[in-house]
Design a protein around this ligand. Structure first.
Ligand code: MLZ
Length: 265
């Protein structure tokens, strides 16, 4: 199911239960995305949340927009839902007595900020008010249960949404575990997180849902030969075999470092 993942088949295969719609803050059908690439809006700087900055939409994905802060770099793009309360039309900050701030890592001299701001907004296409959807209400309590399935943003690769399982529940939080991956991508989040969606949301929103990973538990087969390069085969239950070569058997720390790296993703 690499390119046509089907929850129906997958749930049958794995015996999984989807988390109910009512457990999510997200509305049961994804809101329309009326933003366009190039439009500007105001957003909190995710790396410095007390700052409201000018952002440009650089990508669209279903009800999500990919944002880049004006004056910043292109390495810190972030995604927001069209019904997120931390995106606002241009003018909102000023109307509420605030001042637009340069992003963390502003690539010019701080003193050039006022001029930069004027220039970046001059003639820009402002995102229209109607594109900003009302934030949905938060469910009254944490309705998630261990083993429920969902779709979740991979926070290390936030353009990807992947099948996942609730692996633990604690107070207002859940532990999101990505199916078929060893754990490097898993995270705790609040039950009302904007990064988790009911099964079927991606298909409704025409977003490509990643297929589950292929990583199983591993067996490590180590062959040592004195004073020569040795090969260590890592055989995963899913069937893929990966080999690591290390320079000498007495340099075990190299082997362990390579193994750590391998287990990362
Ligand atoms: N580049 C990475 C992507 C992994 C995505 C995992 N998502 C849960 C890899 O292929 O290793």
């Amino acid at each position: 199911y690499q390119n046509n993942f089907s929850w129906e088949d997958y749930l049958k295969e794995t015996g999984g239960v989807p988390a109910p719609h009512t457990a999510f803050k997200q509305p049961s059908s994804p809101p329309a995305n009326e933003f366009k690439v190039g439009m500007k809006l105001e957003a909190q700087d995710p790396r410095n949340i007390t700052s409201t900055c000018v952002a440009t939409i650089v990508g669209l994905q279903g009800p999500r927009v990919r944002l880049r802060l004006d004056g910043g770099d292109n390495k810190n793009d972030f995604w927001r839902l069209v019904d997120s309360s931390d995106i606002k039309p241009i003018g909102w900050c000023e109307k509420h007595g605030g001042l637009l701030q340069p992003p963390l890592g502003f690539r010019m001299n701080a003193s050039s900020w006022p001029m930069f701001l004027l220039r970046t907004l001059n003639g820009a296409e402002m995102a229209p008010l109607k594109a900003f959807k009302k934030e949905p209400p938060t469910p009254k309590s944490n309705l998630f249960e261990v083993n429920m399935k969902l779709e979740a943003v991979d926070r290390k690769n936030p353009h990807l949404i992947c099948p996942a399982t609730v692996a633990a529940v604690r107070d207002n939080q859940i532990f999101v575990s990505f199916d078929g991956w060893r754990g490097a991508f898993d995270y705790w989040c609040d039950y009302d997180s904007r990064d988790i969606f009911a099964c079927g949301t991606c298909s409704m929103a025409a977003i490509h849902l990643q297929a589950p990973g292929q990583k199983g538990n591993i067996f490590i087969v180590v062959h040592f030969r004195a004073k020569t390069t040795s090969t260590h085969s890592l055989i995963t239950v899913g069937g893929d075999v990966q080999s690591l070569s290390i320079p000498t058997p007495d340099n075990l720390s190299v082997f362990w470092n390579m193994l750590d790296k391998f287990l990362e993703d």
